[in-house]
Structure formats: structure tokens, C-alpha cells
Ligand binder design. Structure first.
Ligand SMILES: Nc1ncnc2c1ncn2[C@@H]1O[C@H](COP(=O)(O)OP(=O)(O)O)[C@@H](O)[C@H]1O
Ligand SMILES: [Mg+2]
Length: 259
């Protein structure tokens, strides 16, 4: 559980279009890494390369390497499905299966991996995952209700429960709070802070206060103009990025003097 990711000279393409250029960074285990930067600079694209979700788009590919505890995720013979089991993902809009029960939503990923669970094992896993996602107390009396019966913030925590039920090493989150109200956002931020004890967390956020609140390290991506590739401009401890960045572009972005 909780592994290190070493990204080495990663270039990310959509067909001929180089969307993200030459990223090298180490993402530490048991920590939260935030990715910030203006819209279109490639944060989501880069994030999706970390669990090989990028390549499901026709023509999409990468060059370079991403190693998890030393093993290249893009090495020959590596099964992308296995990579996605080890590196889970939570999306911008909560996407529980609406008609499926809360309990079955938690188990959906596990079942997708063809694991057959006994009744007791299932119940255990549902409880453990929902507790891990800070949702158990709110739903324990209505586990058979549909996922869509929950509020947006609860649905997002249900999606986090579903992601951690498969016991991943890393959890990627792409703007997980952008569709949520401020109270639900704080609940997710508290949860992210707790999850880092067990997982490596990488979160894309357009909310700089959020990056400052939840993350240990922050990567600032930027783009020189439309059609140009996004680049990792600066990557450092979060307090350094926000109080004393080394790069002038970072300084302009975090102080709000940007486009
Ligand atoms: N499926 C796709 N096919 C082609 N280009 C894409 C696709 N998704 C994103 N892009 C392009 O890649 C660049 C980075 O986009 P994205 O990763 O979504 O940025 P961000 O998440 O930082 O807003 C943009 O130029 C965008 O238009
Ligand atoms: Mg994005």
C-alpha cells in the first residue's frame, strides 16, 4: 500500500498533438500531491497517464516512463487493467451507478475485477470502505438504497469508497470537489487528509486554497499558448510554492496575476 511514483521524461500525445511535454517528477508515498495550473495546461491529461487511462482514447499515447516503486507502468507485458486496479481514480462529477444500491456501488470495482466475495466478506468490505470514506455513519441504515439517493458530496465519498474497496496503492483525483458545495468540499478535504496515511494521493484542483490546505507537494503546470504543450514549471513543497516560489510564472499564478 502507498507506493512511490517516479515520472521520467514523460511526453503525452493525442495523435500528433503533444499535450504535455517532458515531465519528470517523483510523487511520494503517504502524501498528497496537488497539480495546479490554468485550464488546458494538461493536468487531467497528465493525471490519466499515471494509471494508463490516457491510452483508452484512440490515438493517445505516451513516451518516457512512469515507475511505481521502480516498476515501469509502461513496461512490456504490463497489463493496463492491473495498473488501474493498483492506481484508482475519482472524477470531477460523482459517478456512482445510479440505480445500484449503495453497498453494490462500493463493491462494483471489486466485482469488475472478477473477485467473488462471500456474504460476510462483502459486508465487511462495504463497511470498511465506507468507514474509510467517512460515509459509514450516514448510510449504514440504508445500504440497499440506490446510489442516486445520496447528496452530491455523499455520492463523491461513495465513489471514493468504491475506489478504495479494491485496495489500491495510489488514488488519483481530478477536481473531485468542483461539483460540490463548500461543506461537502471540506468533508472531502478532511477525508483526503486522512487517506494519505494509507495511500499515495494525487489531486488536480483549480482551487489554490484547496491545494494549500490538503497537499504536501504542489506541481504547477503552465502552457505557453494554444496548441503548445503543457509543462511542469515548478514542483516543490506546497508552502514553498505558495509563499516563495522559485519561478516567476508560478509566482504570477499563485498570486492571481494570471490570465
Ligand atoms: N480527448 C482528447 N483529444 C484530443 N485532445 C485533448 C483531449 N483531451 C484533452 N485534450 C487537449 O489536451 C490539452 C490539455 O487538456 P486537459 O488535460 O484537459 O487540461 P486541464 O485538465 O489542465 O484543463 C488541451 O489542449 C486539450 O484540448
Ligand atoms: Mg482538467
Amino acid at each position: 500500500m502507498s507506493k512511490r511514483i517516479d515520472v521520467r521524461n514523460l511526453n503525452v500525445y493525442y495523435g500528433d498533438f503533444l499535450a504535455v511535454e517532458d515531465v519528470t517528477m517523483t510523487i511520494e508515498p503517504c502524501s498528497v500531491t496537488a497539480l495546479i495550473g490554468p485550464s488546458g495546461c494538461g493536468k487531467s491529461t497528465f493525471l490519466r497517464t499515471l494509471n494508463r487511462m490516457h491510452e483508452v482514447i484512440p490515438g493517445a499515447r505516451v513516451t518516457g516512463a512512469a515507475l511505481m516503486d521502480g516498476q515501469n507502468l509502461y513496461g512490456p507485458g504490463v497489463d493496463p487493467v492491473q495498473v488501474r486496479r493498483q492506481i484508482g481514480m475519482v472524477f470531477q462529477r460523482p459517478n456512482p451507478f445510479p440505480t445500484m444500491s449503495i453497498a453494490d456501488n462500493v463493491l462494483a470495482g471489486v466485482k469488475l475485477n472478477n473477485r467473488r466475495l462471500g456474504r460476510e466478506e462483502s459486508q465487511d468490505l462495504v463497511e470498511r470502505s465506507l468507514r474509510g470514506a467517512n460515509l459509514w455513519n450516514e448510510v449504514k441504515d440504508r445500504l440497499d438504497r440506490p446510489g442516486s439517493s445520496l447528496s452530491g458530496g455523499q455520492q463523491q465519498r461513495l465513489c471514493i469508497a468504491r475506489a478504495i474497496a479494491v485496495k489500491p496503492d495510489v488514488v488519483l483525483m481530478d477536481e473531485p470537489c468542483s461539483a460540490l458545495d463548500p461543506i461537502s468540499t471540506l468533508a472531502i478535504e478532511d477525508l483526503i487528509y486522512e487517506l494519505k496515511n494509507d495511500y499515495t494521493i494525487v489531486i488536480v484542483t483549480h482551487n489554490m486554497q484547496q491545494a494549500a490546505r490538503v497537499s504536501d507537494k504542489t506541481g504547477f503546470f503552465n502552457i505557453a499558448g494554444t496548441g503548445k504543450p503543457g509543462k511542469l514549471i515548478e514542483y516543490a513543497a506546497t508552502d514553498k510554492i505558495f509563499s516563495n516560489p522559485a519561478n516567476e510564472q508560478t509566482e504570477r499564478y499563485v498570486s492571481g496575476k494570471f490570465g
